[in-house]
Design a protein around this ligand. Structure first.
Ligand SMILES: Nc1nc2c(ncn2[C@@H]2O[C@H](COP(=O)(O)OP(=O)(O)OP(=O)(O)O)[C@@H](O)[C@H]2O)c(=O)[nH]1
Ligand SMILES: [Mg+2]
Length: 154
């Protein structure tokens, strides 16, 4: 992927983040460190947008390990662990969104590496009565950083 399209990918991510009231960064419970993106987290800090880290696929990892990750990452950002597929912890996620939303209804963006479960989470959020349906925006695919994609649900 060329530098130009990488820059374009980041512009698109930035645009989505700027439009949101709150952002969910979805990471994989089996590899929380490698699936986090510090560049996005820094950008959100600069934009002053609240961020919730969503450790997804909790069904694949022992609960003790999940609790430790939640405690560790939770020192930096509000953190929840869920299994979007099995609908476990999703109520907790909605409580956390409401708690950190600057306003209601809230426009939520969902970012994360491929396959972490963004679409599954967006579909879940869409069925909530307090959320209006919105578009899903997916970034281009190539290098690891530019493969970060995002979607929004408000
Ligand atoms: N075991 C498990 N699998 C999950 C969970 N959430 C999503 N998945 C699965 O992970 C795969 C990817 O889920 P998606 O929701 O499509 O992930 P995504 O982040 O939107 O993926 P891209 O759009 O390709 O970036 C699918 O096979 C889902 O069924 C979960 O909580 N547990
Ligand atoms: Mg998807």
């Amino acid at each position: 992927m060329s530098r130009v399209s990488q820059a374009e990918a980041w512009r698109r991510v930035r645009n989505v983040l700027e439009m949101s009231d709150l952002v969910l960064e979805v990471i994989d419970s089996r590899d929380p460190v490698e699936t986090r993106n510090k560049r996005v987290e820094e950008l959100l800090g600069k934009l002053g947008k609240p961020l919730i880290i969503v450790i997804n696929k909790a069904d694949l990892v022992p609960i003790d390990v999940l609790k430790e990750w939640k405690e560790y990452i939770g020192r930096e950002y509000p953190t929840v662990f869920i299994s979007a597929k099995n609908r476990l912890g999703t109520r907790k996620l909605i409580v956390s969104i409401k708690q950190h939303a600057p306003r209601l209804p809230v426009r939520v963006s969902v970012v994360g590496y491929p396959n972490v479960g963004k679409s599954t989470i967006i579909n879940y959020l869409r069925v909530g009565t307090w959320l209006r349906q919105a578009q899903c925006l997916v970034g281009p695919s190539a290098s690891r950083s530019s493969r970060l994609s995002s979607g929004s649900s408000s």
